[in-house]
Structure formats: C-alpha cells, structure tokens
Design a protein around this ligand. Sequence first.
Ligand code: SF4
Ligand code: SF4
Length: 136
Amino acid sequence: MVKKRYILNFPPESGDKPLSYHLVRDYDIRINILKAEVYPGKRGSLLLELQGKKENIEKGVKYLTDQHVVCEPLEKRIHFEEKKCIDCGNCTAVCFAGALTMNRETWKLEFDKSKCVVCELCIPACPLHLFEIDFK
Ligand code: SF4
Ligand code: SF4
C-alpha cells in the first residue's frame, strides 16, 4: 500500500462525472480530499491523497487523465527556490501541516513536500518570496 498526493484540475465537462466513485470501486483506492476549489465556469481543483496498491493508483491516475482531468503529483506543483533560502524559519511558523521544519542540529530548513496541504500560507510568510504553488 502506498499513499500519494495529487493535484487534480477539472475542466467544466468533468464536473458531473462520478470520478471518485470509479476510483474507489474499480481501483480499490481510498480517497482523502485535502483541498477543493471551484472557479467560475465550474472548473475545479482538488488536492487528493490516494491510498492503495501502487499499480492501482497508476491505473486510477490514467483513468482520470482519460477523463480529461489533469492529474499531477503534488511535488511537481510546488516550486521552492531552495538555494536562495537563508533558513530564517519564518515559513515554519505558519506551516501547521509540518511540511516545513527546522532541523534542530543544523538549523537548516527541511521541506517534506509529501506533507503539504497547499494552504499557501508559506508564500506571504517568506521574506524572499521563495515559494510558488500551482494549484489552479
Ligand atoms: S502550502 Fe506551505 S505552509 Fe501550507 S502546508 Fe504547504 S508547505 Fe506548509
Ligand atoms: S521563510 Fe523563506 S528564507 Fe526563511 S526559512 Fe522559509 S523559505 Fe527560507
């Protein structure tokens, strides 16, 4: 069993399809919705955590792609300019998900993207503007 987070972007024509039902029934995938937004014209974006067998998750992602849903691993949508980081720690104070932490031995920032819930609070918190997150 593996757990993996994906950002899904839905075109308007996918809005009324029972996609999550098929993921559960046909691919035996457990779904946890971590963030959802709907935009004018009924485009939508979701942050989903999928849990299941690796091969089933791959098949489920292919199924979504065949339904014209853009489905990408969360890590690919987070852009962090790590080399410019000065390890000030500001972003760790707002990251309630625990994705951004300070290493107490090295006092360097550590970023575990797999824990991110795309709250986007780190974006204004960083004085050097080192974060960009592509959710929509
Ligand atoms: S968007 Fe930033 S602050 Fe929010 S969970 Fe992800 S890393 Fe943490
Ligand atoms: S707020 Fe910006 S500069 Fe400070 S530790 Fe976080 S990423 Fe690095």
